[in-house]
Design a protein around this ligand. Structure first.
Ligand SMILES: [Fe+2]
Ligand SMILES: [Fe+2]
Length: 169
């Protein structure tokens, strides 16, 4: 009797190209998380002033969230037979999240965070679309991460609204 061969989805021999493509999307996501960890860690430490306290605390919490995301992306890269890249492959992209001239410039940081979260939301939405019907496990993972980023963005939009209302942004 012939052994029955089951469909292994993204792990099918014929799916190598697709798998490689998903791994590339995941590597980009991994770097975005790592850079966000750097930027938020610096901003949560650098910000000065009474008004900055809430933002500092939110950013410090998000550093943990983003590191958790980076771990999930790294795990999924290896599950798909990829290799998590080394630091020499890193290319910085968050020019908008460099330390401001004045460390009390909370609005600069808030706008930078919204931009970083928007970038993550755009890339993860693309990953969700491109893994649709191809790799439901990656898709499921990225949907959950996407929700976190939407939450982060919403929180900082609220902060910005407050500064705008007071005419400080
Ligand atoms: Fe993240
Ligand atoms: Fe985030």
């Amino acid at each position: 009797m012939e052994a029955k061969s089951y469909d292994k989805g993204i792990f099918n021999g014929a799916s190598t190209d697709t798998r490689d493509h998903v791994v590339e999307l995941l590597k980009k996501a991994y770097w975005m998380e790592i850079e966000t960890v750097m930027s938020y860690l610096a901003a949560s430490t650098n910000l000065d002033g009474v008004r900055a306290q809430e933002i500092r605390e939110s950013l410090a919490k998000e550093v943990e969230d983003e590191l958790g995301h980076a771990r999930q992306f790294a795990d999924r890269i290896t599950e798909l037979y990829g290799v998590v890249p080394g630091s020499e492959d890193f290319r910085a992209e968050q020019s908008f999240l460099q330390p401001p001239e004045h460390q009390t410039d909370v609005v600069h940081v808030i706008r930078g965070v919204i931009k970083a979260e928007t970038g993550a939301i755009e890339h993860y939405t693309r990953v969700v679309e491109e893994t649709d019907g191809v790799d439901p496990v990656t898709q499921d993972m990225v949907i959950a991460i996407l929700r976190d980023e939407q939450g982060h963005r919403r929180l900082f939009e609220g902060f910005l609204r407050e500064y705008e209302f007071e005419g400080k942004a």
